[in-house]
Design a protein around this ligand. Structure first.
Ligand code: IPM
Ligand code: MG
Length: 367
């Protein structure tokens, strides 16, 4: 046996455990084939953690994550934990681990697969060849700024009655902008050398600072083409002309929204993986959520989770060949016409529509 990696596995809620089971199959196969041992330590996060411990991110989970070589997360959340507005929120588990591990950079690659070109509602000639890397700031902005929700505030209700008042604040320090933008330019150097910085500088002070800092960094990368777009226009441009984009960098909320929108290019959110990086342990997770509506039915698409393993092997384990092997196995399965329900259309023969486990098995078989 060669190397050994300690992976902190967080299956979470909803379809999380189902898709994670497939990712673990793939990981086990990679271990065999490349002579590497993957020790998986499972821990609780999200609703599963609230049920067991009362907290969305138990201290042991953060400890296990910090001690690991990489964290593989599935998804958190579900209606069960949303009923009481004053109860702990499952998402706090997600925000807690992002902040706790200092994961300021969320890398969300979106590219098209030729066999899935018709899965996108956009015209094939528009999306074919699209290949975008969204670099989303992950530990600042509205998600982590000053916030409160107050009840019975005088005058806050209709007609001067007492009512609710709530606020979230978009806050950024210069260093937070600088480090994420720098990472975007470094990534662009290894790609097609173009960065679009997305902001709302015509309305927000934070964005005006973001722009100024970003221009300074852009000047240090004369070999990388630098463009600026307002977020509303960027949302439209992504649909009008996605091929113009290489690397997109933006603050937390804009990046969240644009990455779901960009999923339309590749046909399904069930295909998109992400890597979150910072100073310490990196974390890998699908862009999609816990999909409570289809949980437990064995029909969820495990590909985003499996491609999260691919990213983990590439960035944290430095196993390029193994990562390439996963990418190829996924491409082959799709080439041969296999689909999960989210990727199928009226023309897909019923016997080519695979459930979660069958899709995981098929990909593993080609490894
Ligand atoms: C994502 C998700 C989360 C986010 C939700 C579940 C809080 O949408 O990772 O994109 O907004 O960060
Ligand atoms: Mg999102």
């Amino acid at each position: 046996m060669g190397e050994r990696f300690n992976i902190c596995v967080l299956p979470g809620d909803g379809i999380g455990p189902e898709v994670m089971a497939e990712a673990k199959k793939v990981l086990a196969r990679i271990g065999e084939r490349f002579g590497v041992a993957f020790g998986c330590t499972e821990a609780l996060i999200g609703g599963a953690a609230i049920d067991a411990t009362g907290q969305a991110l138990p201290a042991e989970t953060l400890e296990a994550a910090r001690a690991a070589d990489a964290v593989l997360l599935a998804a958190v959340g579900g209606p069960k934990w949303e009923a009481d507005p004053r109860a702990p929120r499952v998402e706090e588990g997600l925000f807690g681990i992002r902040k706790g591990l200092g994961l300021f950079a969320n890398l969300r690659p979106v590219s098209t697969y030729d066999p899935l070109i018709d899965a996108s509602p956009l015209k094939p000639e528009l999306v074919r060849g699209a290949d975008v890397m969204i670099v989303r700031e992950l530990t600042g902005g509205l998600y982590f700024g000053k916030r409160d929700r107050l009840y019975d505030v005088p005058g806050a209700g209709p007609d001067g009655t007492p009512g609710q008042y709530a606020y979230d604040t978009m806050e950024y320090s210069e260093y937070e902008v600088e480090r994420i933008v720098r990472m975007a330019f470094e990534i662009a150097r290894g790609r097609r050398k173009r960065v679009h910085s997305i902001d709302k500088a015509n309305a927000l002070g934070v964005s005006r600072m973001w722009r100024e800092v970003t221009r300074g960094i852009a000047a240090e990368y004369p070999d990388v083409e630098y463009r600026e777009l307002l977020v509303d226009n960027a949302a439209m441009q992504l649909m009008l002309d996605p091929l113009q984009f290489d690397v997109i960098v933006s603050e937390n909320t804009f990046g969240d929204i644009l990455s779901d929108e960009a999923a339309v290019l590749c046909g399904s959110l069930g295909m998109l993986a992400s890597a979150s990086m910072g100073a310490g342990t990196a974390l890998y997770e699908p862009v999609h959520g816990s999909a409570p509506d289809i949980a437990g039915r064995g029909i969820a698409n495990p590909i985003a989770q499996i491609l999260s393993v691919e990213m983990m092997l590439r960035y944290s384990c430095k196993m390029q060949e193994a990562a390439d092997a996963i990418a190829q196995a996924v491409a082959r399965v799709l080439d041969e016409g296999y689909r999960t329900a989210d990727l199928a259309d009226a023309a897909t023969p019923a016997d080519m529509i695979l459930g979660t486990a069958a899709m995981g098995d098929k990909i593993t078989e080609y490894l």
